[in-house]
Write a protein that binds this ligand. Structure first.
Ligand code: CMC
Length: 428
């Protein structure tokens, strides 16, 4: 393929370089388009064809169902690594040595507390508040308590901001849950590993000794790894674009949490369970819901199906489906909605509507079933996704700052009124 793309616009023949990625992906570099064409821009709602950056963090091939973090396959990482190692890998580019991992762990633990006054903010929320809203607000509030984390002028400043948020975020996530449950808030136990400590902060009761369950903790570790990065998805693009104004890491992450909350993105894991529950309550008739999903007059979509990039099985969904069977078996949980989910999947995989549009189960289709079996309440599914995605957001923010990317500021094509004169209210 030529390394130049030619475009004729406004009577001018323009040439643009074609750049090639490490896995031979091609992109037309249109950085000079507007200047060279006399003001012409491209339009691409939803950025379906637009690369917003170059990135060395995550490789994803949607046609072949490949996902790799820093060159390591998601299958191998989910099998052999732990979440903190994967976080380090994503953020800093290489798997840590034992000494690097120990330092990262210790630095995070040194920051794994939040100011007591944050509790007052949490107090102001009603118990009915969705934990994603609470988490986004508390993450943003961290800026007020750590103002020096905003201006990062060196790698060291960045590192300090990173270990702070890695330490404090699990506390805020667990607090969002405990507030809802009416449980007292605590700061965890720094003798424990990252995931074990988080699970203790979530589930310990004031009147009962907490006992860790290794099946549960290992599954959570694996789920967090599977969610840890996914290149330029909606929330990550949000983090990069907010960060590009130099608003700071916590403001960027808070915005990313809000983006993740939506049911078309991370909020799908909650929406899937609610959908499966509805189908069960409605008699378990999966065919009826398949018909609704295909009916263009009906707003219903099969939640947990389809993906902007994967046009083949989402590799994360493959791993989670097997894990769901294993975890439910190991915990002795029988969940009728697992059967409904499997039934829907079977029907969709042989239905021409889904086959033609290449709609396969995505990461969220089975993750909720595992979270439920592990005792995580439905409204906490998306916060769990956020906890997993945190290292990815951090890695992408750090890369964006180190690459000195310009402020994100798309163009538009204006379709509103042309110039008109103001009419006094009495004449309107
Ligand atoms: N159920 C029924 N039809 C669907 C679905 C679905 N879940 N997803 C896509 N379609 C149809 C859509 O109506 C369209 O049909 P047509 O070509 O006839 O107009 C076609 O498939 C292409 O869909 P699209 O909306 O143009 O595709 P997109 O890339 O803009 O959207 C998506 C991707 C993930 C938002 C969408 O598939 C969806 O809404 N899925 C359900 C929500 C979900 O599970 N989201 C989680 C995504 S994975 C994890 C994450 O991002 O956090």
């Amino acid at each position: 393929m030529a390394d130049i793309a030619i475009l004729e616009v406004n009577g001018k023949r323009l040439e643009f370089p074609v750049i090639k990625g490490a896995e031979n992906e091609l992109a037309i570099d249109i950085k000079t388009l507007r200047a060279a064409s006399g003001g012409v821009v491209t339009i691409d709602p939803g950025y379906k064809n637009t690369g917003s950056c170059t990135s060395a963090i995550t490789f994803l091939n949607g046609e072949e169902g490949i996902l790799r973090y820093r060159g390591y396959s998601i299958e191998e990482l989910a099998d052999k690594a732990d979440f903190l190692e994967v976080a380090y890998l994503l953020i800093f580019g290489e798997l840590p040595t034992a000494a690097q991992l120990a330092k990262f762990d210790a630095d995070i633990k040194a920051e794994a507390h939040v100011d007591e006054d944050v509790k007052k903010i949490l107090d102001g929320f009603p118990k009915t508040a969705h934990p994603m809203g609470v988490l986004s607000s508390l993450t943003s509030a961290l800026i007020a308590f750590n103002p020096d984390s905003v201006n990062v002028n060196s790698e060291e400043d960045m590192y300090n901001a990173i270990v702070k948020i890695m330490g404090k975020f699990p506390v805020l996530t667990a607090w969002a849950h405990r507030k809802k449950m009416g449980l007292p808030l605590d700061y965890g136990d720094d003798s424990l590993g990252y995931v074990e400590n988080f699970m203790k902060m979530m589930f310990n009761k004031p009147n009962k000794e907490y006992k860790a369950n290794s099946v549960i903790n290992n599954s959570i570790d694996k789920l967090l790894i599977l969610h840890a990065d996914h290149e330029q998805n909606c929330s990550t693009s949000t983090v990069r674009i907010v960060g590009s104004s130099h608003a700071g890491l916590y403001a960027s992450i808070s915005a990313g949490i809000s983006a993740l909350w939506g049911p078309l993105h991370g909020g799908a894991n909650q929406a899937v369970i609610e959908m499966l529950e509805d189908i069960k309550a409605d008699g378990g008739d999966t065919k009826k819901y398949m018909a609704k999903a295909k009916d263009k007059q009906d707003p219903f979509r099969l939640m947990g199906f389809g993906h902007r990039v994967y046009k083949n099985f989402d590799p994360r969904a493959k791993i989670i489906k097997v894990a769901a069977d294993d975890v439910l078996g190991a915990l002795g949980v029988e969940d009728p909605i697992l059967e409904i989910a499997k039934g829907l999947e079977q029907e969709a995989l042989s239905d021409s509507y889904f086959v033609d549009r290449k709609l396969y189960p995505n990461v969220d289709f089975y993750s909720g079933i595992i979270y439920r079996a592990l005792g995580i309440p439905t409204e906490m599914f998306t916060p769990m996704f956020a906890l997993g995605r945190l290292p990815g957001w951090i890695a992408q923010w750090r890369e964006m700052r180190l690459q000195k990317e310009p402020i994100g500021r798309p163009r538009q094509i204006y379709t509103g009124e042309n110039l008109r004169s103001f009419k006094d209210v009495s004449k309107r």
